[in-house]
Design a protein around this ligand. Structure first.
Ligand SMILES: [Mg+2]
Length: 175
């Protein structure tokens, strides 16, 4: 089976680990919902934020989400694992380093723009993702899409093959 998996907030606990830095850089507190919005609106400021993050190599220091690495290691023996992230290509090297440090096996790693992940999802039976807009697109290209529940994606989903899951234990049960 071909399985595609997003990295941030699916394998890596990115939001919880970077929100203090993000708030400090932006100069005020943001809720999870606001981060998604400000990320879409303040492109230039965001580029400076990413550059600062890149210089501090923060992508190499993000903690794992519970159960993610174990599940991917188990699956990688029998399945084809593609990691598909919308992290900027700037973070390619740090992302590879982080994956290797955490012993996460994968066959392919793609950095693509938001809402274009389906271009890398050929023949993908299962896609695991936390961006609800991305999930809606992916549902037309993959047999099943697991939407990992977070405060920023609590809207209703419109397609029957999108399944909301709360953690890796549940992902393994429904797999
Ligand atoms: Mg994500």
């Amino acid at each position: 089976m071909r399985i595609c998996i997003d990295i941030d907030n699916v394998i890596a606990d990115t939001f919880n680990s970077l929100i203090p830095l993000y708030n400090r850089f932006m100069g005020r507190e943001h809720t999870a919902q606001e981060v998604t919005e400000t990320m879409r609106r303040n492109r230039w400021k965001l580029l400076r934020y990413y550059f600062m993050a890149w210089r501090r190599q923060i992508m190499t220091k993000i903690p794992l989400i519970d159960g993610a690495a174990e599940a991917i290691r188990d699956w990688s023996n029998d399945h084809d694992i593609s990691l598909v992230t919308s992290r900027l290509p700037l973070f390619k090297r740090q992302t590879r380093q982080w994956l290797s440090q955490n012993q996460i096996p994968f066959h392919e790693l793609h950095h693509v723009k938001e809402l274009t992940k389906h271009e890398k999802a050929n023949g993908c039976q299962l896609f695991i993702e936390d961006n609800i807009r991305e999930c809606e697109v992916l549902a037309d290209h993959c047999e099943r899409v697991f939407l990992v529940d977070h405060p920023w994606n609590r809207q209703a989903v419109s397609k029957p093959n999108i399944v909301r899951v709360s953690n890796w234990q549940e992902i393994r049960q429904k797999f």
